[in-house]
Design a protein around this ligand. Structure first.
Ligand code: ZN
Length: 425
């Protein structure tokens, strides 16, 4: 199996295999040892940056560098490129569905970390390298070119599309899962949750051979995790990443916080909780102190698993996951997550708003329609106490609005029709 990985590395110019072997050992070093590795890497990174980027030549210390965002990077793209870099440069583009799109460059070391970090998280979820993985995802997680298809074949990964999640399609996906000898299911939290609800509601088993489920790209709420574990009868893990910022973090067997791969990523928290990160492995283009826009907490506690990698306790989601009223009142999407999470009837929700109107769309089992309608009066009052909207509406079991990239958003401003497509839910 290792031969297959080495073939992929060879074709891509990466060293995923070598890095994975290092990370397997490094992750269990003491926090002090790992901190020293990070400090050393940061010093070396900052030296290289100052040699290559005149823009930052007056910064004496790393901490003097400005915190940068997508706009800054787009404006200074050429100046941030490393003129001393001789390796293969990979051009990347992040989606424009939320905020400003970003075009940036990265190199083989970051790409190796991307894959090695993923494999490390799969191993923590019980996968042995080489075993079959089913991958339920939309287009932002997998590219569709022939090269990608070849990689997935070599990696023993079967891709199942998360775009079509009709009942008929889900039956076929479950049949595939049952037949393929898969040991891990990996993919979008909302898609895996939808598949789980389909199983629970229809009392459908799936005769699979999975050892674990790993969710990524979206928030996994406690209710979603419960449903997924009940449906598949195996532990469900969450993963958190932000590739442009070098953030790659995974849940270990304790599933209480995300271990951040700190040999790649130097993480800082701003006073408001925003995660600012530096991908020290990206030597093609310098993106120091990059504002991820994600709100997280890190307490410095130790994990009983023995891994010395620092823990991100909680990810509160993106800054643009905010509902804002015309008077400037604002609440984070977590407000709604907390509001609805004790209500067992509510499986999923989406809040869509514009200047005048806020619409809460709740997904409930038909037997709870009446009781949820009654409960929504209380929810409306609690929302009205925090946000000033002329019109607050509740609708039940309407289709969710999906982003063009297939990700689920818990809250969103009413979109421009061209940028979005109505989900077929
Ligand atoms: Zn742990």
């Amino acid at each position: 199996m290792m031969l297959r990985y080495r073939l992929i590395d060879c074709a891509r110019g990466t060293d995923t295999v070598g890095l994975l072997e290092l990370l397997r050992r490094w992750q269990f070093e003491s926090p002090a040892q790992l901190k020293q590795r990070e400090v050393n890497a940061l010093e070396e990174y900052f030296d290289a940056l100052r040699r290559a980027v005149p823009l930052f030549k007056d910064c004496a210390r790393f901490e003097d560098l400005p915190v940068i965002d997508k706009r800054f990077i787009n404006q200074h793209r050429n100046e941030l490129m490393n003129s001393n870099f001789r390796g293969k440069t990979v051009r990347k583009k992040t989606g424009g569905s939320t905020g400003e799109p970003l075009v940036y460059c990265t190199g083989p070391e970051s790409q190796s970390y991307l894959w090695a970090g993923l494999l490390l998280s799969w191993e923590a979820a019980g996968l042995k390298l080489g075993e079959r993985v089913a991958f339920l995802a939309g287009s932002s997680l997998y590219a569709t070119g022939y090269k990608q298809r070849l990689y997935y074949a070599l990696l023993n990964v079967k891709v199942l599309s998360a775009f079509d999640m009709s009942a008929e399609r889900m039956r076929a996906q479950l049949a595939t899962l049952a037949s393929g000898g898969f040991k891990l299911l990996y993919g979008y939290a909302s898609a895996i949750h939808r598949l789980s609800r389909h199983m629970l509601d229809g009392r459908r088993g799936c005769g699979h051979s999975l050892r674990g489920v790993v969710c990524t790209a979206e928030t996994l709420t406690p209710a979603m995790r419960r449903d997924i574990e009940q449906a598949f009868g195996v532990p469900c893990f969450s993963q958190y990443g932000c590739h442009d910022a070098g953030v790659s973090a995974f849940e270990c067997e304790h599933r209480n916080g995300f271990h951040l791969i700190s040999t790649r990523c130097h993480a800082e928290l701003l006073p408001d909780g925003r995660l600012v990160a530096t991908d020290m492995a990206n030597r093609a283009m310098f993106l120091p102190r990059y504002d991820t826009g994600d709100l997280v907490t890190m307490t410095g506690r130790l994990c009983p698993c023995g891994r010395g990698l620092p823990l991100i306790d909680e990810v509160f989601g993106r800054q643009n996951d905010m509902v804002v009223d015309v008077h400037g009142g604002a609440v984070h999407s977590e407000f709604f997550t907390h509001l609805f999470r004790e209500d067992a009837a509510i499986r999923a929700f989406q809040v869509v708003f514009d200047a005048d109107r806020l619409v809460v769309n709740l997904q409930v089992h038909p037997q709870y329609l009446r009781s949820t309608e009654a409960a929504s009066r209380g929810y409306r009052e609690r929302i009205a106490a925090s946000l000033a909207f002329d019109d607050i509406q509740f609708v039940l079991n309407q289709p969710f609005i999906e982003l063009a990239n297939g990700k689920h958003r818990f809250v969103l401003r009413r979109p421009e029709p061209a940028a979005f497509e109505q989900g077929r839910r």
